[in-house]
Design a protein around this ligand. Structure first.
Ligand code: AMP
Ligand code: ZN
Length: 664
């Protein structure tokens, strides 16, 4: 077998396993064996760059970063759908369709309306080429690199199908994955995501595709657009799509009459709560493609399809009290405390009111009877007040002026929807929240200390900030409620061990507003120490890749604060890592700052990955494709011919491995 055949064979095999696992939900290989094969393929591809293929299973892990998503005009417009809310609406639609077609002999398909973000996938000659969001229907954003990481989307459909087509579908976040993401956010002391739909659509626009790869996104397909007239009906075209690897839900059915459509609607109005993902309705389509063409489009939607929206479940109950919650960052969230009531399978006692504007908009008052709904949101929301039941003594709600926890006067900055408690260092939930964040798994990862213990330690006056943790003694901790000698020791040891945690994680642990995990990494790499970071001015900060005004200002606010300065000083004394360690600094410079490299071919003195690391360690950027922005191409043996032509046409200098080594 030639190397090329071996590569092709591995790709084929891995594709099949991916399909079995992500589309059919039926694993045919262990994770371990899959990884071994993937590594083998990676190695072969690395050694044989001529056989590079952007649709290889190795390309699904992400890694490319997109700063600005390109706007692309859709070849075929992406229409929206007309909505209907009742059986009468559907009957009216049926009449219009029948009249337009001049026949009553019409078959329909019924599909669920998947609740996510629409996507348009372009395939040419059997290969995935590009993915574009719906945007305004005429133009959308190109998000190909991010979409490639969604493993249920076939990059090379397998079997008999049309060769060039657009496949339309919905990027969704299944409930289980969404809940898991939120559990992690809670563990990290971060605010939770509101609902699966927004999170799915936000995921498409993440700059770092390896972050997208980590999210449990899925893609459900509902329409094929092609000039090749291979299929007569919508149903057939989807069945065929499913056969070649696309995830077309098998909930789709054919209906011979509008009565059968009603059956589908009624059945799913109940069963939808058992689905692994959210749906907000049903989409009914004329099945025959010839008839679809005859019906055509209105200015905004196809005449051959209509969405039927389920009614979100609603109940009415009484608002007993509005309380206010203080988050780790001091943000205040008003909460409606309701008379407990049964809704969509759970008992609801509380609903978020979001902020002061929301309360004003609803004009919601204590003792009002309110309608509560569970729609797309996981947390129920209050839709409106039943004014007919408003008691006579009712008075407009006055929003809290002071923090419910510490009594400090709340502030609200221009443009912010939320009120804040500015008493950062004296407000209990802020203190506890910050320390809980500090010890969390993705930050200092302190074993033997949990969130509740942190609150207990604070209540007992043993800690006021994260630096105080390092002063704790076993003897002080043992007398605490439910604390045995062994667990006290574990806790102190865990705290001691956190002094080895690398700087980038410490930086994240400090809980500077807007400095999440990824930003912390970038900052650590750029500034190398907390001192450098805290001395940087605004311009220096925004000069760093991906650091915007908002983050820069937050770092400045943190850095000028005397309390923070003192905390940092103390952490330093205890031996917490506040600079990048000597080992990881070794060989790092910023000699290549601002330069963008494309690496192609086989190298002798270092592997491709070592070469890429060397570029990044010296402040340069690695890109996978040649463009006007490329500064150099580092070419090894057997550089791909198409890359060579492209480099020449853009007159980008090509340098050798040795040239590169000399450069650094
Ligand atoms: P709307 O956003 O309310 O105009 O509804 C149109 C959108 O519904 C389309 O852009 C699709 O993204 C989405 N959709 C979800 N499921 C389906 C489906 N089965 N058929 C067609 N569109 C669907
Ligand atoms: Zn407060």
């Amino acid at each position: 077998m030639t190397t090329e055949q071996k590569i092709q064979q591995l790709r084929e095999e891995l594709r099949q396993h991916n399909h079995n696992y992500y589309v059919l939900d039926n694993a045919t290989i262990s994770d371990y064996d899959f990884d071994i094969k993937l590594k083998e393929l990676e190695k072969l591809e690395e050694e044989n760059p001529d056989f590079f293929d952007s649709n290889s299973p190795t390309q699904r892990v992400g890694g490319d970063v997109t700063k600005n998503f390109e706007t692309i005009t859709h070849k075929n417009r992406m229409y929206s759908l007309d909505n209907s809310y009742s059986k009468d609406d559907l009957l009216d639609w049926e009449k219009r369709v029948q009249k337009n077609l001049g026949t009553e002999d019409i078959e329909y398909t019924c599909e669920l309306k998947y609740d996510g973000a629409s996507i348009n996938l372009t395939y040419e000659n059997g290969q995935f080429i590009r993915a574009v969001t719906r945007g305004d229907g005429f133009q959308g954003d190109e998000v190909t690199t991010n979409i490639r990481t969604i493993k249920s989307i076939p990059l090379v459909p397998n079997g008999d199908y049309v060769s060039s087509f657009e496949m339309r579908g919905e990027i969704i976040l299944p409930l289980q994955g969404f809940n898991k993401m939120n559990e992690e956010r809670i563990a990290n002391g971060e605010e939770t995501y509101r609902n699966p739909r927004n999170t799915a659509s936000g995921s498409l626009k993440l700059q770092d595709s390896s972050e997208v790869a980590k999210r449990p996104l899925d893609c459900l397909l509902y329409q094929v657009v092609t000039n090749e007239r291979k299929y007569k009906t919508h149903f057939e075209s989807l069945e065929a799509a499913r056969k070649v690897g696309f995830k077309v839900p098998d909930t789709i059915v054919l209906a011979k009459s509008i009565d059968e459509v009603f059956d589908f609607v009624s059945a799913w109005d109940v069963k939808r709560h058992e689905l692994p993902y959210e749906t907000d309705g049903v989409v009914v389509k004329v099945n025959n493609l010839q008839q679809q063409e005859e019906l055509g489009y209105t200015a905004k939607a196809p005449r051959w399809a209509i969405a039927y929206k389920f009614k979100a479940e609603q109940v009415s109950t009484v608002l007993n009290e509005i309380t206010y919650q203080v988050g780790r960052t001091g943000a205040i969230t008003p909460v409606a405390n309701l008379e407990p009531v049964q809704l969509a399978g759970t008992i609801v006692k509380r609903a978020s009111l979001h902020n002061a504007d929301q309360i004003e908009k609803l004009d919601i008052r204590v003792d009002d009877t309110v309608f509560v709904e569970k729609g797309g949101e996981i947390i129920p929301k209050i839709i409106k007040v039943d004014l007919t039941k408003r008691p006579e003594y009712s008075k407009p709600t006055e929003y809290a002026t002071n923090c419910p926890e510490c009594g400090t006067e709340l502030i609200r900055t221009e443009g912010d929807a939320k009120h804040y408690c500015p008493n950062e260092f004296g407000c209990a939930p802020q203190i506890t929240g910050r320390i809980q964040h500090y010890i969390s798994r993705k930050a200092m990862d302190i074993d033997g200390l949990g969130g509740e213990t942190v609150d207990l330690l604070r209540k007992e006056g043993l800690i006021k900030n994260y630096a105080d943790l390092y002063d704790l003694k076993v003897e002080q901790v043992i007398p605490l409620e439910r604390m045995a000698e062994k667990s006290a020791q574990n806790m102190i040891e865990g705290i001691e061990k956190s002094k080895e945690i690398p700087f980038e994680k410490v930086l994240f642990a400090l809980g500077i507003r807007f400095v999440g995990e990824t930003v912390a990494k970038k900052l650590a790499k750029h500034f190398k120490s907390i001192d450098n970071l805290m001395q940087a001015d605004f311009d220096t900060l925004i000069g760093v890749d991906e650091i915007g005004d908002r983050i820069a200002q937050s770092i400045l606010d943190f850095s000028v604060d005397e309390g923070n300065k003192e905390l940092i000083q103390r952490l330093k004394l205890y031996g917490v890592q506040l600079e990048v360690s000597a080992e990881s600094l070794e060989g790092q410079t910023d000699k290549l700052a601002g330069k963008v490299f494309v690496v192609s071919g086989v190298f002798h003195q270092m592997s491709r990955n070592e070469l890429k690391k060397a570029i990044e360690d010296n402040g340069g950027k690695v890109s996978s494709s040649i463009s006007k922005k490329t500064t150099y191409i580092v070419a090894g043996d057997n550089m791909g011919p198409s890359k060579l032509t492209k480099a020449e046409s853009l007159s980008i200098p090509i340098i050798s491995e040795q040239d590169f080594i000399d450069m650094i």
